[in-house]
Design a protein around this ligand. Structure first.
Ligand code: ACO
Length: 462
C-alpha cells in the first residue's frame, strides 16, 4: 500500500514546528511544546512565536518560513483568526502535515474558514489533522504533541478519537489501568485526515496490534469508503469501534461537538457488520476487549473451559458465555478424570471446573496445566473469589508462572472478585500481559470478542 507522505509525517515526523508556542506556562501552546520535549521526542523541534526570542530553552522563530531546516509537521495553536495565514506560510515552507489544535471552525458553524484551511493545504500538498483537536501521540518514537498529560504507558493499542476529552482522559488512564498505547489520535472536525486514513496507517504499523475508535459520525458521502477500507483493515488487525450519538439527543450533541452527522444507527450497524468492525457499546467494553487483543494469541478453536474457586461466579460466567456465543466445552471422561485430580473430592470436574472455596495456588496451577495440555481446550477463563486461604496476589504469581511455562499458547482471561488486594493481583496480571478484570462477566465478554474476531478471520481465510 502506498502511504501518503502527510499521514506518514503525522506519525513519524523528523521535525516539528509549534506555531503559537507560548511563553506562558498556563497556555495550551506552552504545554504542547513542553510535552513534545519532556516525553523525549528525538527529532528537531522549533517554536514559532513572533513575540518571543526563546521558549523552553529553544530559539523561537517569527514564522515557519524562517526556520532554516525542513519541517515535516506544524502544530498550529494560534487563535482562529490567524490560522489561515500561518497555514499559508507553512505551505510555502513545504510542511507535510498540519495538526490544527485551534477550535472555532465547522463545529460552531464557521464552515467557510475550515474549507479555506483545506483549500490552502491542498494547494501546497499538505494534509490536515483537525481542527479542534488535542493533538497526536505516537509512543514508539516518544511523540506526545498534545496538551494532555505528559506520560503515556507504551503498548500495542491505538486509539483514534473524535472526542478530545475522552482521548485526554485515556492518556492518564493508560498508566492507572495498565493499558499500553501505541498511538492516540484526536480527530476533531476531520476536515481532511479522517478515521479511515489513521486506521489505514495503523493497520500496517508494526507497533500496533489493535485499533480502537471513538466515532461520532462520518462525513456525508464517506460511508462506502469506510466499509471498503475497513474491510481490508480488519483482515490485518482487529478494529473496535464505539459509536456515540445513537440516541436522538445524542446525535444533536454530536452535531454541535464536532459538526458530525451522527446519522441513522442502523446504517452504522450495517456498515460495521459488513466491514468486520467489532462494535462496543461502552468505553469499558472497548478497552476490556482491546486488552485481550493486545496480549493474547488468536484462539485455535472455539472450545472454552472455566476454572473457578466459586460456584456462583462460575454460573455467572456460564450465563455470559451463552449470551455471547462462547462455546463451553463438555470435557471427555478422560479430561474430567484429570481435572478430578486437581481438586478436593467434593469439587466438580465438569465445566465450570470448580476447585471449591478450599482451592489454593497448587490447585489452580494443576488445573491450568491440565487445560493447557488438553487438545480439547482452546480458551481458558480463570475465576477467583477472595477467600481467607488464598491470597489473590500469590495466585496471580502462580498464573503468570504457568502461562509463561506454556508460552502464551492459548488465550487466557482472568476474572476476580474481592477487595483491594484483588485489584493489586489484577494489576500484576495485566503488567504481565494476562488480561484480568473485576468480575467473571467482563472476563468472558472480553474473550468473546477475541473469539468473534477469530471466527471472522477464519471465514475470510478459510
Ligand atoms: N504565529 C505564531 N504565534 C503567534 C501568532 C502567529 N501568527 N500570533 C500569536 N501567536 C502567539 C501568541 O503571542 C501567544 O504566545 P504568548 O503567550 O507567548 O504571547 C500564542 O501564540 C498563543 O496565542 P494566544 O492569543 O495567547 O491564544 P491562546 O493561547 O489564548 O488560544 C488557542 C489559542 C488555544 C488555539 C485557542 O484559540 C483555542 O482554539 N482553544 C481551544 C483548543 C481546544 O480546546 N481544542 C480542542 C481540544 S479537544 C478537547 O475536547 C479537549
Amino acid at each position: 500500500m502506498v502511504v501518503d507522505e502527510g499521514v506518514r509525517a503525522l506519525f513519524n515526523p523528523r521535525s516539528i514546528a509549534v506555531i503559537g508556542a507560548s511563553r506562558h506556562p498556563g497556555k495550551i501552546g506552552y504545554m504542547i511544546l513542553k510535552n513534545i520535549l519532556d516525553y523525549g521526542y528525538k527529532g528537531r523541534v522549533y517554536p514559532v512565536n513572533p513575540k518571543a526570542d526563546e521558549i523552553l530553552g529553544l530559539k523561537a522563530y517569527k514564522r515557519v518560513s524562517e526556520i532554516p531546516d525542513e519541517v515535516d509537521m506544524a502544530v498550529i495553536v494560534v487563535p482562529e483568526k490567524y490560522v489561515l495565514e500561518v497555514a499559508e506560510d507553512a505551505g510555502r515552507k513545504g510542511v507535510k502535515v498540519l495538526v490544527v489544535i485551534t477550535s472555532g471552525f465547522a463545529e460552531v458553524g464557521n464552515v467557510e474558514a475550515e474549507e479555506k484551511l483545506v483549500e490552502i493545504a491542498r494547494k501546497y500538498g499538505m494534509r490536515v489533522l483537525g481542527p479542534n483537536i488535542f493533538g497526536i501521540a505516537y509512543t514508539p518514537i516518544n511523540l506526545n504533541a498534545t496538551f494532555g498529560p505528559r506520560d503515556l504507558l507504551k503498548g500495542p493499542i491505538a486509539f483514534i478519537s473524535q472526542s478530545g476529552a475522552l482521548g485526554i482522559a485515556l492518556m492518564g488512564w493508560t498508566i492507572m489501568e495498565e493499558i499500553g498505547v501505541s498511538a492516540i489520535v484526536s480527530m476533531g472536525n476531520m476536515s481532511d485526515i479522517d478515521v479511515v486514513d489513521a486506521a489505514e496507517y495503523l493497520a500496517d504499523d508494526p507497533n500496533t496490534k489493535v485499533i480502537t475508535i471513538y466515532l461520532e459520525g462520518l462525513k456525508p458521502g464517506t460511508g462506502r469508503r469506510f466499509v471498503e477500507k475497513m474491510r481490508s483493515i480488519t483482515r490485518r488487525k482487529p478494529v473496535i469501534v464505539i459509536k456515540a450519538g445513537r440516541s436522538r439527543r445524542g446525535a444533536m450533541a454530536a452535531a454541535s461537538h464536532t459538526g458530525s452527522l451522527a446519522g441513522s444507527d442502523q446504517l452504522y450497524s450495517a456498515a460495521f457488520k459488513q466491514s468486520g468492525v467489532l462494535r462496543a457499546y461502552t468505553t469499558d467494553d472497548m478497552f476490556d476487549w482491546a486488552r485481550v487483543f493486545a496480549t493474547q494469541p488468536l484462539p485455535g478453536g472455539e472450545e472454552t473451559i472455566i476454572i473457578t474457586n466459586g460456584g456462583g461466579v462460575g454460573v455467572l460466567a456460564t450465563d455470559t458465555a451463552e449470551e455471547h456465543s462462547v462455546k463451553l466445552l463438555d470435557p471427555s471422561p478422560g479430561l474430567k478424570e484429570k481435572f478430578r485430580e486437581t481438586m478436593p473430592w467434593f469439587g466438580s470436574p465438569k465445566n465450570p471446573v470448580d476447585l471449591t472455596g478450599q482451592a489454593v495456588e497448587e490447585n489452580y496451577a494443576k488445573a491450568l496445566e491440565v487445560a493447557f495440555e488438553s487438545d480439547e481446550i482452546h480458551n481458558i477463563v480463570i475465576l477467583y473469589c477472595r477467600t481467607a486461604i488464598l491470597d489473590p496476589r500469590s495466585l496471580a504469581d502462580t498464573i503468570v508462572e504457568v502461562v509463561k511455562k506454556y508460552g502464551n499458547s492459548k488465550p487466557v482471561v482472568v476474572g476476580m472478585v474481592g477487595g483491594i488486594d484483588t485489584y493489586e493481583a489484577m494489576r500484576k496480571l495485566n503488567q504481565n500481559g494476562i488480561p484480568a478484570y473485576f468480575g467473571a462477566e467482563r472476563a468472558v465478554a472480553a474473550l468473546a470478542a477475541l473469539i468473534k474476531y477469530y471466527r471472522y478471520i477464519s471465514k475470510k481465510h478459510g
